[in-house]
Design a protein around this ligand. Structure first.
Ligand code: NDP
Length: 413
């Protein structure tokens, strides 16, 4: 039915590629392209052996529109799944426009030199995509992604008016490392060291990082300290559901993780500006010489931290991510909690990756499936809650991320 190009060969792309290969009726031709070709080739080899597919590979620097245009013009995918990093969103969208390809991603754009994310840069492409008759699907991971679709599902089936939304993200897994991040360390640390932000009564309220926290009880897990963070799906949800009076995002962190994070910040390793470092470099004449090189401390830290792709083997426990919603139906106040729990071990056994990559890669595949099957396809640039949630929700149950509902329970919030 469709030809797709996956850009990136990291944790999320690996899971998405497995799920794509498990759905051969929809995804008839697949290419994986990334910066490091051997990673794409190694992944394609695993997939082709496991599923009997003929996944193709290519090398591309997705920071270069020129290289992307060349690749897209020759492979001609119907949809490009951007599973590289948020830095590449705009170059890939630009290349899609130039070559007539549709687009999907899991994280909104952020500039490399500023730890700041918002949708304005990508929403600015709306008219161009509309005029070209192309569709861009933004934020199709778990959060953003499934959390936004859970909200759309609640609005469609359970409420006349959404009023209070709390997105709750718990990782109760243990990878048995002293410190590691569950997805790209650079992106992850930039995200969680930002100031907190939430929506209340028509405006955003900013807090110091991690300043607001409380224990929340997660199904099958129990109470975990949960911290209010700024998260990107809030930005589109309060626009698409204007009756929302308050929208917040909470994520759990263990004390040890926070202590390490504090140290990382205090010693300057989370800095994203360039510093000059005197490094021993190989010199053809005398073997070694000292040279001044520029490095970004956070990128250096990423290079020495465990690779999130390698955490799966000893990861136990599970994630629990969902939406706690209060609102009106038939004039009465109701509460609703919808969530998915995902086992790290089960994710690893199926795809070789841990649960955080799994909960992002599976929805990315389902979003692509929705597009290729014509269920989610309208010209323009859209956040996932703008599409019909029902066929996506049905797929979550069959593709490895089943969901559960609690009606009129205590939301704790
Ligand atoms: P990884 O770091 O594991 O993988 C990123 C991949 O992108 C690597 O293969 C990397 O190549 C490739 N890449 C980086 N820069 C370029 C470039 N310039 N050109 C081509 N390829 C490039 O990250 P994850 O898989 O953990 O995360 C992928 C995306 O998913 C991120 O955008 C992240 O923010 C998002 N995410 C979304 C979530 C959600 O729920 N919505 C949750 C978790 C993650 P190389 O191997 O050479 O470095």
């Amino acid at each position: 039915m469709g030809r797709i190009l996956i850009i990136g060969a990291g944790g999320v792309a690996t899971v998405a590629a497995h799920k794509v290969c498990q759905n051969p009726d929809t995804f008839t031709e697949v290419m994986i392209a990334s910066r490091t070709l051997p990673k794409c080739e190694a992944l394609a080899q695993v997939l082709n052996k496991k599923y009997g597919t003929t996944v193709k590979t290519a090398q591309v620097d997705a920071d270069s529109v020129e290289q992307l245009v060349k690749l897209l013009s020759s492979y001609k995918p119907q949809l490009v799944m951007n599973l590289a990093l948020p830095y590449q969103d705009l170059t890939i969208m630009e290349a899609c426009l130039q070559t007539g390809c549709n687009y999907l991603d899991t994280a909104n754009y952020e500039p490399k030199d500023e730890a700041h994310f918002e949708y304005s840069w990508q929403w600015a492409y709306r008219e161009k995509f509309e005029r070209a008759g192309l569709c861009a699907i933004l934020g199709c991971g778990f959060d953003p992604g499934v959390t936004s679709i859970f909200t759309a599902y609640a609005a469609k089936h359970h409420f006349d008016e959404l009023q209070y939304l709390d997105i709750v993200d718990c990782n109760a897994g243990n990878h048995h490392k002293a410190f590691a991040t569950n997805f790209n360390p650079e992106i992850n640390i930039r995200e969680i060291t930002q100031k907190g932000l939430y929506w209340e009564n028509g405006r955003y309220i900013e807090t110091e990082p991690m300043a607001i926290h409380k224990p929340l009880t997660y199904p099958g897990i129990g109470p975990r300290e949960s911290y209010l963070l700024h998260h990107e799906e809030i930005e589109s949800l309060v626009i698409n559901y204007p009756t929302i009076k308050r929208a917040r995002f909470w994520m759990t962190f263990g004390q040890q993780y926070l202590t390490y994070l504090d140290v990382i910040q205090n010693i300057g390793m989370s800095r994203i500006d360039e510093i000059v470092y005197e490094a021993p470099l190989a010199c053809p004449e005398n073997g070694k010489t000292m040279a001044k090189v520029k490095i970004v401390p956070l990128q250096f830290l990423k290079a020495v931290l465990p690779n999130p792709q390698d955490l799966g083997e000893n990861y136990d426990g599970e994630t629990s991510i969902g939406c706690r919603i209060r609102g009106l139906r038939d004039g009465q106040e109701h509460t609703y909690y919808i969530y998915n729990n995902c086992s790290h071990r089960a994710a690893y056994e199926e795809t070789g990756m841990q649960g955080v990559s799994y909960t992002t890669g599976v929805p990315a595949m389902i979003g692509a499936k929705m597009f290729l099957e014509g269920l989610w396809n309208k010209p323009g640039v859209h956040n996932v809650e703008e599409f019909d949630p029902d066929p996506f929700m049905a797929q979550l149950n069959t593709q490895g991320l089943p969901w559960h509902e609690i009606h009129d329970g205590d939301l704790e919030l």
